[in-house]
Ligand binder design. Structure first.
Ligand code: LLP
Length: 449
């Protein structure tokens, strides 16, 4: 990853950085006439063949990112966070690359297991697990259930039934503020997830679980937030979690064998943005773990991490066609055929993307434009402050890199536009993973008329 094969010189007339492919999949190459190929397939050909909007997923990039994790974290369980993006092919790729899976619903769990993923390598999360979630977890034999609140202890034990025993972990809130946006910070006590370290509720829950013969407490879990680009908050979390493990050891004589530090590893959406250094994270976590366990007189637990975005995000590219261009005062609005129904992230978190004109070469001066969607609200923005050629016009194609995580998994049926297809590209071949959602799909659910 990172090094791109350059097949053509940077086109003359483009400002520095405008042709930067650093956030694109490693397989991306420049083709003549301003086109790009990903996974050996031309993006404008994909747009013609599958229509737009469409999402392209580079299999080699997903697999490469899984391998980067396996190499960086050799003695750690790496669980892919399915919420970032899940499909049957994704399940297979992640399984073949030796990762585990983090799921947070019966739906994600059933899809994974029915696609051949071993249930014992799956961890189930959720702050409000439904009866169906728990039923599926126990029926399919999920590896771990992460207890998120005190009421789950008796509920899960009752669901396990006499003679049964389920492996569980406890989600702890270590009191750390980290993450790219308020809505994705989960390490402090003012949000809905987990049990507080500070007020003793985590320790209290642990004591109750240890007294519950149908539950086997394998370890502790925390997930401090998402889109974190520094190692430091993870080290602070690690030390606090080991501190709690030491207190559990003192109070109950139990050395918990596992410590799951969640995901949240930050990536760049636009060239030049900071990225979490995974090698540094792995090295410093390992050193910090050994040191704090030695200081606490604890055996070193097995670590787990749960990356979602950093596996799937950079492997995806969204393709749109420009439908309208409007100039109002100082602003240029470039409206495309998708929008917040396929990518609600800018509207929710104010995230910035770097769309790029593909399929024709423009020599026009770049202008700052706002790329908007086709939905009926003003907040339907896909890319604020995008640098696009000044002659952008209806019919042009835009490609948005880093579109693989939390876009389609959060897509909606707003305005009955329908969710785009997902096309896997690999070694010059394009395969449909998910077809486009059609009016017939909407009609078939609408059975009340
Ligand atoms: N583990 C747990 C328990 C989580 O809740 C999450 C994400 C992850 C792992 C994976 O985090 P990642 O490595 O992907 O950052 N929709 C938001 C992100 C929400 C993250 C929710 N939990 C976004 O689009 O930025």
């Amino acid at each position: 990853m990172g090094d791109h094969v350059v097949t053509a010189a940077v086109p003359a007339g483009l400002p520095a950085g405008a042709d930067d492919l650093s956030v694109w999949p490693a397989s991306t190459t420049r083709l003549p006439d301003g086109d790009l190929a990903v996974g050996g397939v031309s993006l404008s050909e994909l747009a013609d063949r599958f229509d737009t909007p469409a999402y392209v997923l580079d299999e080699a990039e997903v697999r490469g990112r899984c391998r980067t994790y396996r190499d960086a974290f050799p003695d750690t369980d790496v669980l892919y966070a399915a919420k970032a993006f899940l499909s049957r092919a994704m399940v297979r790729w992640v399984r073949e690359e030796g990762l585990g899976l983090d799921v947070c619903s019966a739906g994600e769990l059933e899809l994974a297991v029915t696609s051949g993923f071993p249930a014992e390598r799956v961890v189930l999360h959720g702050n409000a697990k439904s009866p169906r979630d728990l039923e599926a977890a126990l029926r399919l034999g999920v590896g771990r259930i992460v207890i998120d609140g005190p009421s789950e202890i008796a509920r899960i034990a009752a669901a396990v039934g006499p003679g049964g025993r389920q492996k569980v972990m406890v989600r702890v809130v270590p009191g750390i503020s980290a993450g790219g946006h308020d809505k994705i910070r989960t390490g402090t006590d003012d949000q809905k997830f987990g049990l507080s370290l500070a007020d003793g509720s985590a320790q209290h829950a642990i004591a109750r679980i240890l007294g519950q013969p149908r539950l086997e407490l394998t370890g502790l879990h925390c997930h401090i937030g998402s889109q974190i680009t520094e190692v430091k908050p993870y080290l602070v979390a690690l030390r606090r979690m080991v501190g709690l493990m030491a207190r559990v050891h003192d109070a109950h004589g139990v050395a918990l064998p596992e410590l799951d530090l969640g995901g949240g590893h930050g990536i760049a959406y636009r060239p030049g943005e900071p990225v979490l250094d995974l090698t540094a994270l792995a090295r410093r976590l390992r050193a910090g773990l050994i040191e704090s366990c030695a200081a606490a007189g604890l055996p070193v637990p097995r670590l787990a991490v749960e990356p979602g975005r950093a596996v799937a995000g950079p492997a995806g590219v969204a393709l749109y066609r420009v439908l309208a261009v409007k100039r109002t005062g100082e602003k240029v609005f470039v409206a495309v055929d998708g929008g917040m129904s396929d990518n609600p992230r800018p509207a929710l978190y104010g995230v910035r993307y770097a769309p790029r004109l593909i399929g024709r070469r423009s020599t026009a001066e770049p202008r700052t434009a706002t790329v908007v969607g086709r939905h009926c609200e003003a907040g339907d923005i896909l890319a604020a402050d995008a640098e696009l050629p000044g002659d952008i016009r209806p019919g042009d194609l835009l490609a948005v890199p880093v579109a693989g995580a939390y876009q389609l998994s959060m897509a909606s049926g707003y305005n009955l536009v329908g969710r785009p297809p997902v096309i896997a590209v690999h070694e010059g071949t394009a395969t449909t993973l998910m077809r486009r959602e059609t009016l017939d799909d909407f009609r078939s659910r609408d059975i009340g008329g």
